[in-house]
Design a protein around this ligand. Structure first.
Ligand SMILES: [Zn+2]
Length: 308
């Protein structure tokens, strides 16, 4: 009796495992004849999907809320990277802990942000890559990245050149329009209030492109710890400048921003959380913030509402 019961459970599990495997095969590319493209961030996935539509099987390693600075490859990632026909990553040391894995497969990798002309980049000597990797915050710069990725996709699948080129042009036109919109929105914040304080220093390109002062509690990478000195300096800045709101990031724990708020109130001041920004990761797929343009619009709307 017990034996039969156990057998039932065993077959049940086998069946479950079986469907799981079928599912895994379907998504991993065995049944899928299309070339496999692996990207690191969802921002890059957005570029590839817009340009190549469904020509490739595209997999983004880092989903919503995932912090690229500290992300390590899972065994599943390693398998996917092994089988991938093309691997597109941001570069400039954004994916710090993947560098070693990616270096082992140089023939199929493409560092999208490293294609940009150095004159367009912000230098960051304290950071491993020498340049700030957060280029997607300047939409016009991200449009340039899209052009580089588009050319790489065309070189990879020249039979689709016509389709890819026309999609690429449409996507870049959309980004250029978005870039204008962001500039207009930020300019509605009175100049003395135009200061963006976030958990980590991701917004330097945003600040440069749209004329807003940016301050991050943590440095360029979230790998470092926030020190008491950082908190003290920022509390003073918030008090001196009468900053009304500071911002959380979806891919960074809220702890450090909370200690900033506590620090301000201990000194008799007041600052509130202006909202949650998507910095190094986009929103859930199927929501507006799950697209690059939607993420940018969300961030800008939150910033303008909180600071104006
Ligand atoms: Zn970052």
């Amino acid at each position: 009796m017990i034996r039969r019961y156990l057998d039932k459970i065993f077959y049940g599990l086998l069946l479950l495992a079986g469907t799981g495997m079928l599912h895994a095969c379907g998504t991993a590319g065995d049944a899928d004849e299309r070339p496999a493209v692996v990207v690191t961030t969802m921002m890059l996935e957005d570029i590839v999907n817009n340009i190549a539509e469904d020509r490739f099987s595209v997999h983004a390693m880092m989903g919503p809320g995932v912090d690229p600075h500290v992300y390590r490859a899972t065994p599943n990632d390693v398998r996917r990277l092994d089988r991938a026909d093309l691997i597109i990553y941001n570069g400039h040391f954004l994916e710090a802990r993947l560098a070693e894995v990616l270096a082992k497969i140089p023939d199929r990798t493409f560092a999208a942000a490293e294609q940009l002309d150095e004159s367009r980049l912000i230098q960051a000597f304290e950071f491993g890559g020498n340049y700030d990797p957060h280029v997607w915050f300047d939409v016009s710069l991200w449009a340039e990245v899209a052009a580089h990725v588009g050319e790489r996709l065309i070189a990879f699948a020249p039979e689709h050149e016509e389709q890819f080129r026309s999609n690429m042009e449409a996507y870049i036109a959309e980004l250029n329009e978005l870039h204008e919109w962001v500039g207009e929105q930020i300019s509605t914040i009175p100049e003395e209030k135009r200061i963006l304080i976030t958990a980590h220093d991701a917004f330097a390109y945003f600040g440069r492109a749209y004329n807003i002062e940016v301050e991050g509690l943590q440095g360029l990478s979230t790998q470092s710890e926030v020190g008491l000195q950082d908190i003290t300096r920022m509390v003073r800045l918030i008090m001196d400048r009468n900053v009304p709101a500071i911002f959380l990031e979806t891919s960074v724990p809220p702890r450090s921003v909370q200690s900033l708020i506590n620090g301000v109130s201990e000194r008799g001041g007041q600052v509130r959380i202006g909202g949650e920004l998507f910095s190094d990761a986009m929103g859930e797929r199927g929501t507006p913030e799950g697209t690059y343009a939607g993420m940018v619009r969300h961030n800008v709307t939150i910033i303008v509402e909180a600071l104006k």
